[in-house]
Design a protein around this ligand. Structure first.
Ligand code: HPA
Ligand code: ZN
Length: 341
């Protein structure tokens, strides 16, 4: 049984599996280079963040209707529920949909309906975080936030994603100040391809409460100290880092070093349709490849609840479930050991 956990770094557009991609493209009478699922999946090999983003934005362009967004989010939430996810804080990229001619109201209503239905049917707690595309710059981000304010009750925070290099967090100072004034939570991708200076800027200039990826923070000891002392969460995505070649192999991943430094790290899937696994597969992969035992995996699950934006009462409830799951596992392991000796 997967451990109860929260998923905090997940782009809903990155959950578009080739099967659903083809279904939606056909329904909307849009063409792709091929309609063959295996051929589409064979394209999912990347050299870096940009080669991934090129394919991701091409595929995102099939999403046009409320039903498309509903089906996309509903499929993710079903998978997440099966993976033990109790809480999901989900990124979406509205600027890309607007560029494709899809009104914000269509995106919001499709996603919000799927979240509400999953809450009712599966008891999963989920909220949306609106991401700004950093390569479109600070003014476009301000326009985006302004356009999104009529939907303020349908998202809990803002994030920053897309091409990182050359687009430092400092470009987004004003839009993050606007978001803070609206009581929106603030997170930002930083330190995936960019250096520790991007993480510093996200903290000091944007007031980011959580850093997405942040793997390159380890290169700066004083930054590590700051992250540790302030218990700033880092949402690490191990399979993503391998797929986009931020690390050569999973065995080389810095996650153990980050844990040794006492950082509040969590494990997440990022764009699971593209990177070879949903959140439980990320947990299994780090367990197998980094030699993490049940105690470390439970720590990572506990961290995910500490790092999430749910209420203290909700977090206490999930932590209690987690403790029960861990003691059940321990009891089973002891029983198996007893039978074998
Ligand atoms: N990094 C940056 N931007 C993104 C990603 C990512 O992994 N996925 C979707 N947009
Ligand atoms: Zn991401």
């Amino acid at each position: 049984m997967p451990l109860p956990k929260a998923e905090l770094h997940l782009h809903i557009e990155g959950t578009l599996e080739p099967e659903l991609l083809v279904t939606i493209a056909r329904r909307n009478e849009l063409s792709l280079p091929t309609m063959d699922v295996a051929e589409l999946r064979a394209e999912y090999l990347f050299d870096d963040l940009q080669t991934f983003l090129d394919l991701y934005y091409r595929n995102v362009a099939v999403l046009r209707t409320e039903q498309d967004f509903y089906e996309l989010a509903a499929a993710y939430l079903r998978r997440a529920h099966a993976d033990g996810v109790r809480r999901a804080e989900i990124f979406f990229d509205p600027q890309q949909h607007l560029r494709n001619g899809v009104p914000l109201a269509v995106v919001m209503s499709g996603l919000s309906a799927a979240l509400a239905d999953a809450r009712a049917a599966q008891g999963i707690s989920a909220d949306l975080i609106l991401c700004f595309l950093r390569d479109l710059g600070g003014d476009a981000a301000k326009e985006m936030l302004h356009a999104a304010l009529p939907f303020r009750d349908q998202f809990i925070g803002v994030g920053l994603d897309s091409a990182e290099m050359g687009y430092p967090p400092s470009l987004f100072r004003e839009v993050y100040a606007m978001a803070a004034a609206e009581d929106l939570r603030r997170v930002a991708h930083a330190g995936e391809e960019g250096g520790p200076d991007y993480v510093w800027e996200a903290l000091d200039i944007l007031g980011a409460e959580r850093i997405d990826h942040g793997i390159r923070a380890l290169e700066d000891a004083s930054l590590v100290q700051r992250l540790r002392e302030e218990r700033i969460p880092l949402t690490v995505c191990p399979l993503s880092n391998v797929a986009l070649r931020a690390v050569p192999t999973l065995a080389d991943h810095m996650l153990p070093a980050m844990l040794d430094e006492g950082l509040l790290v969590t494990v997440n899937s990022d764009d699971p349709a593209y990177f070879g696994g949903y959140v439980e597969q990320n947990f299994e992969a780090v367990g197998a490849q980094l030699g993490f035992g049940g105690d470390v995996l439970a720590q990572l699950a506990e961290n995910s609840f500490e790092a999430c934006f749910a209420t203290p009462e909700q977090r206490a409830g999930w932590n209690a479930e987690l403790r029960e799951a861990v003691s059940r596992q321990t009891a089973q392991a002891t029983e198996t050991l007893g039978r074998n000796t």
